[in-house]
Design a protein around this ligand. Structure first.
Ligand SMILES: Nc1nc2c(ncn2[C@@H]2O[C@H](COP(=O)(O)O[C@H]3[C@@H](O)[C@H](n4cnc5c(=O)[nH]c(N)nc54)O[C@@H]3COP(=O)(O)O)[C@@H](O)[C@H]2O)c(=O)[nH]1
Length: 530
């Protein structure tokens, strides 16, 4: 990756690393602030609804008893006695009486010989409940009462009682409303009727509207809902308080993340220089992983895998440095170093094992040097080996420029170097590459081998790859074989060769030779199938 691009990406990542957690913290503080105030508003609304339901229940029971006992003669001394008794027993009903037309005829507090006019009902529900919200009585001038009338009997209610909930905040709006038809019965503060619309069919709703955090709660039994609305300044204060705790934590996390990103970027930027130094100081070495004939179990080849050990440090995986080497053009020097090491370590062995081959990974840059053929020839020539001893492993990514790579591969193949397409199935235009390039082997990528027997979608792909390779006359090497289920699956379907931990991990060459001898002895000792 170009230096400028790394710096630009790092700048973007660092900004995101700091901004994202801080924004998240602010968002979370806002969310928690809302939930905290919404919970408080719900508590108020539920308390108001509880009082309202108790009131409605007392009204319903009182009127029910009067209708039952005195419906026919509502203002007899016995009826008035019962009214007084109901009045005394009810905590929420101030008075109860009988109404004829728009006038009280008698009640628990006064016997109106000539009737007391309370005016027409403002609303009558489908259930016959008549509502008067602002009734005054001579006995308590200056006070307005809510009067609910049903079947001729009416309950007088103090308007503050249902909403007399204990509050720790100022400016809270509380209200009780009929739902159908909609009518606010009692309220404290200015109620927006649209708040009741937000309830819809739900039992409870919380939201922010008109500068308030609002909670509306519906009664399960009565045609009423209670609402509470807390000024939004409380939510803002709560969110601010939470933000004071969360934002520093988010910023801290962001800084740690940014530090890690900067370190990784510095490492990425420093990697080419470190690779150059590593090449100069001979810090690269090669590990060899066996390639096995699945039919006989014999080791017929190996893949050379480069390793980098910095002094005093761990072995660095090729996955970490090969991309940087490819982007900086240093991969060509790594390929040369691998060829040199393979020939030094395995040259004599290859000379005495003419049917054995070692695969070397080639990158796209190797095809653009203009002398790849000469480099491979020089390598095998140095140890007087036939070209068949060295297999060129190329990935689809490495072959992106087919017009350059195609003729070189044809020439290599013509000279006897076996060619394998590596990581097959993970690249770009798989089929066209297979048809047009002069290949000997197709290496089935580890991701497909891993999927065998798992039921994963990719497991369905393996038989197709096998069929395609067979049709094109290519031999197959399955990569990443880790267990006998995978081995047997591949063998049954005609895959000739395999590589993977089941047979051997990448190892130094002396260890490889020793293990190969043991393996050969084991194969010889195994009973031959009759
Ligand atoms: N251009 C070059 N690329 C190279 C060179 N050496 C290695 N590489 C590429 O780096 C990638 C990572 O390689 P590595 O960490 O060495 O991993 C290889 C094996 O160790 C691993 N493997 C093999 N068998 C198994 C297994 O059974 N399970 C398992 N989890 N891993 C296994 O797979 C890697 C081999 O991959 P491939 O080359 O595709 O056959 C890798 O892409 C190398 O190609 C180099 O010199 N030049």
């Amino acid at each position: 990756m170009k230096k400028v691009l790394v710096i630009a990406l790092t700048a973007v990542a660092v900004t995101a690393a700091i901004v994202a957690p801080v924004s998240l913290a602010i968002h979370e503080a806002g969310r928690q602030g809302f939930h905290g105030e919404a919970a408080q508003a719900l508590w108020y609304a539920r308390d108001v609804l509880h009082r309202t339901s108790k009131t409605a229940q007392q009204v319903e029971e009182g009127i029910g008893a009067l209708v039952l006992a005195h419906g026919a003669a509502p203002c007899t001394p016995q009826s008035i006695d019962q009214m007084r008794e109901i009045d005394l027993r009810s905590s929420y009903v101030q008075a109860i009486g009988h109404v004829a037309g728009d006038a009280f005829e008698c009640s628990s507090v006064s016997n109106y010989d000539e009737g007391f006019n309370i005016g027409p009902a403002e609303l009558e529900t489908a259930g016959g409940l008549k509502v008067r919200r602002n009734v005054t009585f001579p006995i308590a001038p200056g006070h307005e009462y809510l009067v609910l009338e049903l079947k001729g009997f009416a309950a007088v209610l103090h308007k503050d009682l249902p909403i007399d909930t204990s509050m720790t905040q100022r400016g809270v709006v509380l209200a009780v409303s009929l739902l159908a038809p909609r009518m606010v019965l009692v309220s404290h503060g200015g109620v927006h009727t649209r708040w009741l619309d937000q309830l819809g069919r739900q039992g409870e709703a919380t939201f922010v509207d008109g500068g308030y955090t609002v909670a509306v709660v519906r009664s399960r039994r009565f045609n009423t809902a209670a609402l509470a609305a807390i000024p939004a300044s409380y939510q803002a204060a709560r969110s601010r308080e939470i933000a004071w705790r969360l934002v520093p934590a988010g910023a801290g996390m962001g800084l740690v993340l940014a530090f890690v990103i900067v370190m990784l970027a510095r490492r990425q930027l420093a990697l080419p220089a470190a690779i150059r130094a590593g090449l100069r100081r001979h810090q690269f070495h090669v590990a060899y992983q066996p390639i096995v004939d699945l039919g006989t179990g014999k080791w017929v080849g190996a893949e050379a895998l480069v390793r980098w050990r910095r002094p005093g440090g761990p072995v660095i995986s090729p996955d970490e440095f090969i991309p940087a080497a490819e982007q900086s053009g240093l991969i060509v020097r790594i390929t040369d170093r691998v060829l040199e090491l393979v020939m030094n370590e395995a040259g004599a062995f290859l000379a005495s094992h003419p049917h054995f081959h070692i695969g070397v990974n080639l990158s796209s840059a190797d095809f653009h040097t203009g002398d790849l053929i000469e480099r491979l020839q020089a390598a095998t020539g140095r140890a007087s080996l036939p070209p068949g001893s060295l297999m060129a492993e190329v990935t689809e990514r490495g072959l992106l420029d087919k017009d350059v790579a195609g003729p070189i591969l044809s020439a290599l193949r013509g000279q006897g170097f076996p060619i394998a397409i590596d990581d097959f199935g993970t690249g770009y235009s798989s089929l066209s590459y297979l048809e047009s390039l002069p290949l000997n082997y197709l290496k089935i990528d580890r991701s497909f081998t891993e999927a065998i027997g798992t039921g994963a979608a990719t497991s369905q792909v393996v038989p197709h790859i096998i069929r395609m390779a067979t049709d094109l006359g290519l031999q197959m090497i399955a990569e990443g074989v880790e267990n006998s289920v995978q081995r047997d699956f591949l063998l049954e379907r005609g895959v000739q060769f395999a590589q993977g931990w089941l047979f051997g991990k990448p190892m130094p060459f002396p260890e490889f030779v020793a293990m190969m001898d043991e393996q050969a002895a084991a194969v010889r000792a195994a009973p031959t199938p009759s």
